[in-house]
Design a protein around this ligand. Structure first.
Ligand code: NAD
Length: 242
């Protein structure tokens, strides 16, 4: 199975789960347009790593929560990658606090990045896929969106929203040969989870350990290669949401 001659956009692709997904898709032959928000140096290092796998890779700085910025960035990407077959909406943030203390700004920021960000990217990329009657959209949700989590009302809402959004897109775009699926990771060892007390979390995970970014990348590659799965949510969580 190969993704040769296909191009993939991966948001939040310069570290953690996004980086692992970009490297995995590249290892299967996909060219990579990597969207990052933080350090340009880190993105440049990541591009070098991807290029060493023998594919084309370019990095684009963009805030996915901005409709205009994402529109311009997708237009820039099109100049280098005339067709985009795969879109991975991975960029995401947390801003955890109890609901009684949560600010409006915290609610908006998390929803805008995690949920509106996926909307912005699909809104500007789906028309390109529709024209070619093929596409794979993969949205990164979370078990927090399936089960809820105290202290994460904003995050859970954004990730549950991603699931409804994924299913609507799947139904709407199926006739154009485009699949749209979500992955719901459990606890994965990245910058996002570096401050949690691993010992307590691990006790609740049936497989007895946190996941790795590569565990999520495997599922993303599977979905990128699967033509007959759409509207699905794949849990990659060591069994924690059973
Ligand atoms: P991470 O913090 O290492 O990576 C998040 C990435 O998103 C970073 O590259 C960051 O720069 C990017 N980003 C943040 N805001 C952005 C914006 N406005 N525009 C563009 N990019 C932006 O975390 P991670 O664990 O690799 O998370 C990746 C995805 O997986 C997120 O959507 C997260 O919610 C989800 N997830 C993670 C876990 C986990 O346990 N780590 C569990 C479930 C879901």
């Amino acid at each position: 199975m190969t993704l040769k001659d296909k191009a993939a956009i991966v948001t939040g692709g310069s570290r953690g789960i996004g980086k692992a997904i970009a490297l995995k898709l590249a290892s299967l032959g996909a060219d990579i347009a990597l969207i990052y928000h933080g350090s340009s140096d880190k993105a440049a290092e990541c591009i070098k790593e991807i290029e060493s796998l023998g594919v084309k890779a370019c990095a684009y700085r963009c805030d996915v929560s901005s409709f205009e910025e994402t529109k311009q960035t997708v237009a820039e990407i099109r100049k280098e990658f005339p067709s985009v077959e795969i879109l991975v909406n991975n960029a995401g943030i947390t801003d955890d606090t109890l609901i009684a203390m949560m600010s409006e700004e915290s609610w908006d920021r998390v929803i805008d990045t995690n949920l509106k960000g996926a909307f912005c990217m699909i809104r500007h990329t789906a028309p390109l896929m529709m024209r070619r009657k093929t596409g794979r959209i993969i949205n990164i949700s979370s078990v927090s969106g399936l089960m809820g989590n105290p202290g994460q009302a904003n995050y859970s809402a954004s990730k549950a929203g991603i699931i409804g959004f994924t299913k609507s897109c799947a139904k709407e775009l199926a006739g154009r040969g485009i699949t749209c699926n979500a992955i719901a990771p459990g606890f994965i060892a990245t910058d996002m989870t570096k401050d949690i007390e691993e010992e307590n979390i691990v006790k609740a995970i049936p497989l007895g350990k946190m996941g790795t970014p590569e565990d999520i990348a495997e599922a993303a590659a599977f979905l990128a290669l699967s033509p007959y799965i759409t509207g699905e949510v794949i849990r990659v969580d060591g069994g924690i949401s059973m």
